[in-house]
Design a protein around this ligand. Structure first.
Ligand SMILES: Nc1ncnc2c1ncn2[C@@H]1O[C@H](COP(=O)(O)OP(=O)(O)O)[C@@H](O)[C@H]1O
Ligand SMILES: [Mg+2]
Length: 374
């Protein structure tokens, strides 16, 4: 029995190796054929020997090969591929929903808002006032939870544009060449949108992942990066009047290399909230809530150095939750919760450490003094 197993495993492996080889060389038909054979044999193995230790791995491989066959089917038919793209069919890793966030929902960050307005909103409205061109790449960097993603989303609302939200991690693919193609298709789609008259804003969150380590392939990340740089250079073409912008965000700017950084003419630091910003955040997030008279938001803002906007939102939510919890415990959920007291906030604060350290801030400021460009 086990020789039968070994034989099947050897056959599956031979097909898989042939498939991957063909895939690498761009012979999609061959790749598909061999992946299918490998899938068939793997199916046979797990049906005949469901309890062997490798059965789990084989099932996983089946799923992966099936997924790849599907992708290759699309790649191999450029015409069909293009039309499904037009329908927005298979680009589910690009989110083009228009966000509802506006600049008014974002506490503080006035400098960043102004920089964004000047580099995107004005050129979109009056390109004639920018005969020397204008930046197409904007990098937002700073500690997590301080509003980078929010800012990018708000831009799309300010210019009546199409917001294309992508996670860098979802561009990266373990399949050879796939990630580069995704970068290419992303920019193609943006140019198509822009050529129809709407500004297209590509937002790449956690952009450092584009340069990140590639598990399955040596050198893959370099090609993705190069493809990305090439696309960025294309946007910069002086004669081009179409409005495609790339906003990238990262918590780890030091992972980016110089050529990459250079493509983003604007580099904007999104700092942790200072006293005034924290006060604004507390006001913003307690706006709809009932507060007791003893609540001192200024005091809370003083006490929360090192806390991010996201931390502060969590603290307010936790303080509020304490009153809701109490209501349920006392009445089973009847009536209204009591007002939130200073004590609720202090308890919520006690259970939550600040997420931004002095060392982190130093690192961002050091990077900023070297590469910042507002
Ligand atoms: N300046 C801010 N104004 C209002 N809310 C904020 C601000 N900064 C952070 N937040 C809150 O924290 C959450 C995370 O912010 P986000 O923009 O995703 O941070 P980042 O992208 O910098 O990691 C937001 O959804 C929002 O609830
Ligand atoms: Mg974010």
């Amino acid at each position: 029995m086990s020789t039968g197993l070994h034989r099947l495993e050897a056959i599956a492996k031979a097909y898989a190796v042939a498939a991957v080889q063909a895939d690498k060389e761009g012979r999609y038909e061959d790749a598909i054929k061999n992946y299918r054979k490998a899938i068939e044999v793997l199916h046979k193995i797990v049906a005949l020997y469901p309890t062997i230790p490798l059965a789990g791995l084989y099932r996983k491989l089946i799923r992966e090969y099936e997924e790849r066959v599907e992708q290759l089917e699309r790649l191999k038919l450029p015409a069909a591929n293009a039309s499904s793209e037009e329908a927005g069919g298979d680009e589910d890793w690009i989110v083009t929903k228009k966000p509802s966030i506006t600049f008014a929902d974002i506490a503080d960050l006035y400098q960043a808002k102004r920089a964004i307005i000047e580099s995107i909103v004005y050129p979109v409205k009056r390109p004639d006032l920018f005969p020397l061109g204008w930046p197409r790449g904007i990098l937002l960097f700073g500690p997590p939870g301080c509003g980078k993603t929010m800012l990018a989303a708000a831009v799309a609302n300010e210019v009546d544009g199409v917001f294309m939200h992508v996670d860098a991690a979802s561009i990266m693919s373990k399949w050879l060449g796939e990630a580069e193609k995704k970068v290419k298709r992303l920019f193609e789609k943006a140019r198509r949108i822009a050529s129809e008259g709407k500004p297209a804003i590509i937002f790449i969150d956690e952009v450092d992942a584009l340069l990140g380590v590639y598990e399955h392939e040596v050198g893959g990340e370099i090609r993705v990066r190069n493809q990305f740089l090439k696309e960025m250079d294309g946007l910069q073409d002086k004669s081009s009047k179409i409005h495609v912008y790339v906003i990238a965000a990262t918590n780890k700017p030091w992972r980016l290399d110089e050529p990459f950084i250079r493509r983003f003419q604007k580099r904007i630091y999104i700092p942790p909230p200072d006293f005034n910003a924290r006060l604004e955040l507390f006001k913003l997030y307690t706006k709809g809530l009932k507060l007791a008279d003893d609540v001192d938001l200024r005091k809370l803002a003083e006490m929360t150095e090192g806390y991010s906007g996201s931390d502060i939102k969590d603290i307010v939510m936790e303080a509020h939750l304490r009153t809701v919890r109490e209501l349920f415990e006392k009445t089973g959920g009847e009536g209204e919760p009591r007002p939130i007291t200073m004590q609720d906030f202090l308890e919520a604060l006690r259970n939550r450490r600040p997420s931004i350290t002095k060392d982190m801030i130093k690192a961002y400021e050091a990077w900023y003094s070297k590469f910042g460009a507002v």
